[in-house]
Structures are given as C-alpha cells and as structure tokens.
Design a protein around this ligand. Structure first.
Ligand code: SAM
Length: 306
C-alpha cells in the first residue's frame, strides 16, 4: 500500500471512530514529550506508529463485544485504543510504571479497560480470566521481544483458556513458529508451538512502523490453541527432551544427537529404534514432524520398559 493509500486508511479510521489515533508518529511524540518519557531498550519499547499494521492486527483478532482481551505491554495505548473500541473488556498489563499516567490520559474515555502495572510473567492469567466473567480470553499484543518465547510457551503450556493469540514478534521467531520440516527455520520452537496450536502468518512488518525503529524486522502471527495436542504423547517431558536432543547439533544424525545427550547409551540400540519407527539410520531431526517424534518417544519408553 502506498503512503497516500495509508493516509486514506487513517482518515477513514478517524471518521469511523471519531477519535484521534494514538498509532501515529505525531501523537506518539506529543505524548512522550508531554510526560518526559524516555524509551527503555531493556523493556523492548518500540511503539507502533502505523495504522495499516494496526488494522491488520485488529482484523485478525475478529473482536466483538463478547470478547475479553488481555494485552501484554500496552505502551502508550496505540493498540489498546482499538481493542477497547471493539472488545467487551480489556485488561492491559504494563511493567513500566512511567507509562501508567500516559495510558490514563490517552485511554481516559474507556470504561471497559483495566490497567495492571506488573510484569506479565508474574500475573496469574487463569485468575484474571476467571475474575473477568468471560470464561476465556483473546491475547493481542505487540510483544516485548526479549520475552517472546516464555510468554507464548507459558500461554500454550499452562492451559490458560485462550481462544487466540495475535502477536507482533521478531520476524525470524514468527518464521520458526510456523515453519515445516525440512526448512531452514524449522526447529524445537516450531514443534513446541505446532504441538499445541495452529500458526498463521498475518503480516510482515518493516522497521519503519515503530518508534523508535527496532534493528530487526517484525511479523504478526496468529496462534489458535488446540483443545487437544496435535499428536498423542504419553510423557510430554520426555517427548520434548527427545526433540531438544534432536536439534542440539543440527548437522549431526539423530543417532549421534541421542547418544551424546544420553537419551540412550548404545548407538546400535538407537539405530534399532529408528528402524522400528520406519526411519533411516542416518536421518536428521530437521526432516521429522510431530508424528515421527511422538513415535520415537514411545519406542524409547518401551525400550526402557516403561
Ligand atoms: N503495545 C505498544 C505498541 O504497540 O505501541 C507497545 C509495545 S512495545 C513493543 C512492548 C511493551 O511491553 C512496552 O510498553 C514495554 O514496557 C512492555 N513490557 C516489557 N516487558 C514487560 C513485561 N515483562 N510485562 C509487561 N509489559 C512489559
């Protein structure tokens, strides 16, 4: 979309909602100057200043007034503003106390918003959702990149009742989350995410859509958590131990990976398990999917007499 078209989207938005968007360079500068706010790199503070990207995030979330939304890291409220307009209730969790007075001003018109000044990793999301009265939540966020993986894995692993997760992450992390066997980005994160969710790339986002500009490209990804994992696994801890071991030395065969990480202390036994699973003895982890890894985990458990 050209800059001219972008301007029209912005104007149309403003007309539709009759409000000034926070997601613009001018409004962002105005607010941070007024409050003497300094961006903190350590908190991953890169604020969204592009309404086109904002619309893609919001459209992908398919919000209605029946939705409860949890936003992680509202910043000065650019995304929060749209979330509050579309959803029934929004809880925004922001670690930086210097942003709270700015949010109180920029979002003062919304009565369906709660702001929590806390580290998201310390918040009990089960409790939050239970107290919301909505039963489940959608998570929508432009994530602080330094804690992308713990946040996403926490949401997926702790069985929090989440309908969808629409998040801005570093482009290469988005690629890893949705990549398939045999591709260069495929690895343990791909398997961990795809075991529990369907992943869909919503948009690639260039650096100039943020203030300040980050030094990496970004992407919006939508994860839809599954009710039951994609494959049946008897011992999840062991299943992920196998996967971690398989990708511990990318260029090595599985026989060497499993031997070196102590999954089994006989290379002959490992080769036997591989063959029993219908795999080549020289196979590498990067070509195997969830089904093959679940078979391997089961065979090793049987081999241990479990
Ligand atoms: N949502 C805003 C936007 O799109 O412009 C800001 C996004 S910025 C990439 C990430 C935000 O997460 C910042 O406001 C930062 O202070 C906040 N943040 C960083 N670490 C956090 C944590 N552990 N818990 C909650 N918020 C955090």
């Amino acid at each position: 979309m050209s800059n001219c078209e972008k301007k029209w989207v912005y104007v149309i938005n403003s007309i539709e909602t009759n409000k000034e968007t926070i997601a613009s360079g001018a409004r962002t500068k105005e607010l941070i100057t007024k409050y003497g706010f300094n961006f903190k790199k350590s908190y991953g503070q890169n604020f969204l200043i592009d309404t086109h990207v904002l619309n893609k995030i919001i459209n992908s979330a398919e919000l209605t007034k029946d939705d409860y939304v949890i936003e992680i890291g509202p910043g000065i409220g650019s995304l929060t503003q749209e979330l509050c307009s579309k959803a029934g209730k929004v809880t925004a969790i922001e670690i930086d106390k210097k942003l709270i007075p700015i949010l109180n001003e920029s979002l003062s018109e919304f009565e369906n918003l709660d702001i929590i000044n806390e580290d998201v990793l310390k918040v009990d999301l089960h409790e939050l959702i239970k107290n919301s009265g909505y039963g489940s939540a959608k998570v929508v966020a432009n994530l602080p990149y330094y804690i992308t993986t713990p946040i996403i894995m926490g949401l997926l692993e702790n069985k929090v009742p989440i309908k969808s997760i629409i998040v801005m992450v570093q482009k290469e992390v988005a690629a890893r989350m949705q990549s398939k066997p045999g591709t260069k980005d495929y690895g343990s994160l791909s398997l961990a995410v795809q075991y529990r969710a369907d992943a869909y790339l919503v948009a690639n986002v260039p650096q100039n859509c943020f203030m300040p500009r980050p030094n990496v490209d970004s992407a919006v990804i939508r994860l839809t958590p599954l009710e039951t994992p994609k494959v049946e696994v008897r011992d999840e801890v062991f299943f992920f131990e196998i996967i971690k071991s398989a990708f511990s030395m990318r260029r090595k065969t599985l026989v060497n990976c499993f031997f070196n990480s102590g999954i089994c202390n006989s290379k002959e036994e490992i080769a036997k398990v591989l063959v029993e699973c219908g795999l080549d003895e020289k196979v590498r982890g990067e070509t195997l999917g969830l089904v093959e890894f679940s078979k391997l985990a089961e065979k090793f458990l049987e081999q241990r007499g479990l």
